[in-house]
Design a protein around this ligand. Structure first.
Ligand code: NAP
Length: 269
């Protein structure tokens, strides 16, 4: 259940992906190779992370077929504009050593996001991109945006974790067909989530760690996640969440941790 998520255009996306923010150089490439070796089939990168090239190299060296791996990347502020985005797509394709991107997002709600999105839409129609979307759009920004675009974004990747679950945003997105995806599902270490007593207590019932419960909580509620780790054992741990089902009571207990507040201060609801 929930291993894969089907986007509104029929494209299938793994529910759990591998985040690559801060992974750089040879150690970064090795971490991505480890992630692919332990079973991740979605790699989340971005122009801004300056690591698309090592993602491309790792996929090429992994022994997996290109079609087996779902690659997400994002266009950032320096590509905010129609022509700039067109150019940015070609650059990302080259760095990733591929002739298509599985999911291409606009990294933040830039003033020129609609112009960028025209370039994404064209690339989608040409088959250079299998799915298109946005990132860091709150409900108002999202609703304004979809009022002026031809294709409803398939994904909105946003800050989302046990302390800031964003149920209303998810409902707004779902009502129009957009999948919510959680970045920093472990809060990037801003909170001691791995020592959270409620998660530990629930985990003990199922032989799972706090990290696994934190991810399962989101995935079970239809949210895709892209946790990052540079440790192979943790990578495995973070994927191993599909053999348990949290009860309504477990979910209600975790909901008690909700703060309704961003930890990052970006594009709050
Ligand atoms: N669209 C956006 O604007 C945006 C913004 C932020 C992030 N992202 C994406 O989301 C991804 C994930 O977010 P993130 O990298 O900020 O942080 P995160 O996944 O919330 O947390 C990563 C931290 O958790 C630790 N960790 C991972 N698994 C663990 C486990 N099982 N037990 C204990 N510690 C564990 C990692 O340590 P080790 O590495 O030492 O294992 C690392 O310090 C990013 O890599 C990026 O791809 C997107």
């Amino acid at each position: 259940m929930y291993h894969d998520i089907v986007l509104h255009n029929g494209v299938t996306m793994p529910a759990v992906g591998f985040g690559t923010w801060m992974l750089k150089g040879e150690p970064g490439k090795q971490a991505i190779l480890d992630a692919l070796a332990v079973g991740y089939l979605l790699i989340d990168t971005a122009h801004m992370y300056d690591n698309e090239a090592i993602v491309g190299q790792a996929v090429a060296e992994s022994g997996l077929e290109r079609e087996e791996v779902f690659i997400t990347t994002k266009l950032c502020r320096t590509r905010a504009g129609y022509e700039l985005a067109r150019q940015g797509i070609e650059e990302s394709l080259a760095r990733l050593q591929t002739d298509y991107i599985d999911l291409l997002l606009i990294h933040e709600p830039y003033d020129k996001a609609l112009d960028m999105y025209r370039a994404l839409t064209e690339a989608y129609r040409k088959g250079q991109v299998r799915a298109i979307g946005i990132s860091n759009f709150n409900a108002k920004q999202y609703l304004d945006f979809i009022g002026s675009c031809d294709i409803i974004p398939m994904v909105n990747q946003v800050e989302c974790h046990i302390y800031y679950r964003r149920k209303e945003l998810q409902q707004t997105l779902m009502s129009k067909g957009t999948q919510m995806q959680a970045w920093s599902p472990f809060t990037e270490g801003k909170k001691p989530i791995f020592q959270e007593p409620v998660l530990q207590a629930i985990g003990r019932q199922y032989g799972k760690t706090a990290a696994q419960v934190a991810l399962r909580y989101l995935v079970q509620q239809g949210i895709s996640v892209v946790p990052k780790s540079s440790h192979r054992e943790r990578m495995k741990e973070n994927l191993d969440i599909f053999d348990v089902t949290l009860t309504a009571r477990d979910i209600a207990r975790i909901q008690q941790l909700e703060t309704g507040k961003t930890l990052f201060g970006w594009y709050d609801d």
